[in-house]
Design a protein around this ligand. Sequence first.
Ligand code: PRX
Length: 708
Amino acid sequence: MAEAQNDREAREAKEDEMRLSEAEIAVHWKEEEYFHPTPKFIGQANLTDPAVLERFSEKNFPECYREYADLLTWDKYWTTTLDSSNAPFWKWFVGGKLNVSYNCIDRHLDKHANKAAILWVSEAEDDPVVALTFQELYVQVNEMAALLRDFCGLKTGDRVTIHMPMVPELPVTMLACARLGIIHSVVFGGFSGEACGARIVDSGSRVLITMDGYYRSGKVIDHKASADIAVKKAAEEGQKVDKVLIWRRFRDRAASSTPMVEGRDYVVNEELKRYAGHRIAPVSMPAEAPFFLMYTSGSTGKPKGVQHSTGGYLAYVTGASKFIQDIHTTDVYWCMADIGWITGHSFIVYGPLALAATTVMYEGVPTFPDAGRPWRIAQRLGVNIFHTSPTAIRMLRKLGPDEPKKYDLHFKCMTTVGEPIEPEAWLWYYHTVGRGKAAITDTWWLTETGGFLCSTKPAIDPMKPGSTGPPMPGIYPVIYDEHGKEIPPGSNRAGNICIRNPWPGLMQTIWGDNERFVRQYYGKYNKNKNSTDWHDWPWLAGDGALWAKDGYVRILGRIDDVINVAGHRLGTKELESACLTVPEIAEAAVVPIVDAERGRVPEVYVSLKPGVKADPEIMARVTRAIETNIGKIARPRMVRIVPDMPKTRSGKIMRRVLASISNSMDYGDITTLSNPEVVEQIRVQVQGAGPVRKKEGPEDIKRFGETT
Ligand code: PRX
């Protein structure tokens, strides 16, 4: 009798689970308390007027974006703010003309010629800091532009691939391209030669610009070797590279022993001597001319070249830098991202320089030689705005939880970007790094969006750990369920977040693939493909999200990053967040394993804080934390304590690799990881010392955690 009762209860519980709509993602993070900016911060902030919301409300769209565009210097003012006639290929500030390098350099020379534009820190801690003033940046960019034009024969509209580490020569090269209207495609320096080659092919670049080497974790990497691989790969696929320009990392010696190829390879530092003192007039570009390409997620399928515009993009990142990053010309601003990602383009180079700020660049690994390094850099340079990712925050907290306390830090505001941040990590950032004084902005956006979509306005909105914040002024989101039905704010249900309107920072298209652009971002929710009314074109971001009553958005991760347990979609992030409530846990990664009954069940990987011993009791506590924070439905099949997580060079945990190991599947290419050796250790730990298992498995596991 009792058994029958239990059976029925179990069946009913299961039916309940099944009734949940596909688009629903379980949301169990509890609401966090608010934190308020200090009066001192508010007193100096760029954006304090709450009327901004009214100014950027829908009734003032699209003209509201004049406020951003007016931060720039235009050669010719535009006539049409938004042209929708060829939807969804929106055109912003049509009729307007401007030059990006002029806006980031020349126009500051009157007032700021001798102020540092870039402060560069070598990874070798004994090396002196390099300061490039705006005048010096002007000289170098002009000479490089002369070389690109007169030595390489490059002209407006040509594409150039740049594969460089974090050195000042990288923004110099980008700005030289911008001066001539050449479309740059910067490939993250940590990517392999093959990855670079594929991007050369797609963009049709005949010039590759690189550097011979750079420091990484105390070693000099032979980067020139990657250029040879890239050029070979490109040639195999039909794209000939006729010039490789190689910057020298060291003044007095080569950093690479890879031989030069006669007639193809040139040392930039040598060639530039011929252009000393040359000045190149900035080319006045139409606002809607393509400005640069940024390739995303090449690991699955063909990499896509996200194409950004000249005027719209620059206006949007300048506005976001001024109003959200709160950058003033007197600030020393450090974004610890790599310029090879969109964050670096928008918020190391273009936004800060358009505002004549001093932007800091650091060559190396944040934890080299120890976890105090970023704080020493910030103290020495007097950094007052700091910008990094949850991954870096977790890593610095793991390796040096008390390090920030040893230094004299004065951040007025700090940013986090790239993933949802667990409240635990947020609180450490706030209290230990920011001393409870810095306003934190958790900025949600994508490569495709140019700049922020959601964030608190730091002097106006209180902060809420784990939530990105309200939509940016002029951004009107909507959350849809799988069938296109709106999920209203405050309903405590999650779905697919879209932005209803175009905005100036939005990508123009996928380079060379308009059809894929329309399909990927508009295919799901557009109802009338002939419409020229923007209201018919909600833009699909690809993230699951929840919109709370207070108007704050919480991002749950990529739509393809959820674990579907018996029809119940669990956000990976919130499971991981639950794991981090166990104090011994430093990092957690949750992956799905195939289960005949429940579809998928979670399996948990955790790494421990330094000095903590692996102990079955900790594993049990992780399981309990998940059960209490989320529920029994999320109970992991297994908790595994591992020495470290497999990570990309940018520090993201490769959940795909862990998911493949858990499911005895082929884990594929791991050459781009920063620590490939840890993969084999984990594999042996999970599967035993036998041969590598290569079972075929389902697509969602093969691609788990990777954006499309
Ligand atoms: O899932 C979201 C996550 O990062 C994705 C975009 O990645 P990418 O194009 O590489 O650009 C990263 C830097 C803009 C998004 O789809 N993401 C980004 N910022 C946040 C975030 N998730 C939660 N909170 C954020 N602040």
